[in-house]
Write a protein that binds this ligand. Sequence first.
Ligand SMILES: CC(C)(COP(=O)(O)OP(=O)(O)OC[C@H]1O[C@@H](n2cnc3c(N)ncnc32)[C@H](O)[C@@H]1OP(=O)(O)O)[C@@H](O)C(=O)NCCC(=O)NCCS
Length: 133
Amino acid sequence: MIVYSSDPAPLTCEQVEGFFVGWPNPPRPETLLRLLAHSARVVLALDEGRLVGFVTAISDGVLSAYIPLLEVLPAYQGRGIGTELTRRLLDDLSTLYMVDVMCDEAVVPFYERLGLRRATGVIRRTYARQSGE
Ligand SMILES: CC(C)(COP(=O)(O)OP(=O)(O)OC[C@H]1O[C@@H](n2cnc3c(N)ncnc32)[C@H](O)[C@@H]1OP(=O)(O)O)[C@@H](O)C(=O)NCCC(=O)NCCS
């Protein structure tokens, strides 16, 4: 059974393996634990203690939040977990004026179904820093 939580503190490295699929320079489990701990809000999906999906938000806590990371382990995709993670996070952020996400074109319909709308943005990516080491 999938259980949802907003507290990453109990997690160990062994429980958070398998994420960042396809990233050329992926963060290690230790780094995932670190970024979860430092996010303003997280929602976690757990299966018997193992992390199988997560979404994070960073925020000023006044007007704005950004959702940098949403991922569900491949074996758990297509079961509504990503939708539930995002729905819960958006509920947590409902008092804020701006909630922004940058994503690939293919994922836009996923977010539109959750009430977000298409916009234009700009980004910078420094792949040498992708692992967060
Ligand atoms: C995007 C992601 C989190 C969705 O998680 P999930 O648990 O599989 O999502 P759900 O089961 O709630 O799917 C909800 C709907 O979105 C669609 N969807 C899910 N992932 C999609 C994707 N990558 N591209 C297009 N549509 C997608 C599904 O088809 C589903 O629609 P349906 O119910 O009509 O079939 C997951 O595919 C993932 O981890 N992808 C890799 C990382 C990523 O792209 N993250 C988004 C960063 S902005």
